[in-house]
Write a protein that binds this ligand. Structure first.
Ligand code: S3P
Length: 185
């Protein structure tokens, strides 16, 4: 099978739907998503980047100037719009899947994949890149732990769960493709 045919088979494995990556900050949604999109021959979209472009402000500034509620409203608008467009791989911000309207739209229009990482990995990765307002006011380890408790039961309702363990991003892509083939064919 040539590469193009293989890609097309993989795309039909998700039935022409968008593939949405969910998970906590630092789980690797953007890095894995970018690679996965290449493998599947789909566009890659990072929801946070789209929100920043729509607002003309960084996520940090949106939180600072308008507050979290306004950020969530913008996040909902942007993600609902993207879900109505042609299929892509969409990396969502960690809070997006907690919103019922977003979650329902994902359920109805996309295939969701939870990138499940342990606390240590999340802490290590989030400490490398700032720009995450939720981790600014307090101890990041405590905040992330609280978020795992609140959010993991909801993330667990995603169609597919991929444990990241010690896997590289490339290995994660392989695991997702295997899971897609097993689950959706
Ligand atoms: C958030 C996660 C961030 C960003 C915002 C809020 C959250 O995205 O959307 O800071 O609520 O978990 P990443 O998960 O891409 O860091």
């Amino acid at each position: 099978m040539n590469e193009k045919t293989q890609q097309n088979n993989e795309i039909s494995a998700i039935n022409g739907k968008t593939l949405v990556l969910v998970g906590l900050m630092g789980a690797g949604k953007t890095s894995v998503g970018r690679r996965l999109a290449k493998h599947l021959g789909l566009r890659f979209i990072d929801a946070d980047e789209e929100i920043e472009a729509a607002a003309g402000l960084s996520i940090e500034d949106i939180f600072e100037i308008y507050g979290e509620e306004e950020f969530r409203a913008g996040e909902r608008r942007v993600i609902l719009r993207i879900l109505g467009e042609s299929p892509c791989v969409l990396a969502t911000g960690g809070g997006a899947f907690m919103d019922k309207e977003i979650r329902d739209a994902i359920k109805n229009n996309a295939v969701s994949v939870w990138l499940k990482a342990d606390l240590e990995t999340l802490l290590e990765r989030t400490s490398r890149r700032g720009g995450r307002p939720l981790l600014k006011n307090g101890n990041p380890a405590e905040i992330l732990e609280k978020l795992t408790k609140e959010r993991y039961p909801v993330y667990a309702t995603a169609d597919i769960t991929i444990e990241s363990g010690n896997n590289t991003h490339e290995e994660m892509v392989g695991k997702i493709e295997t899971a897609l083939k097993e689950q959706l064919n």
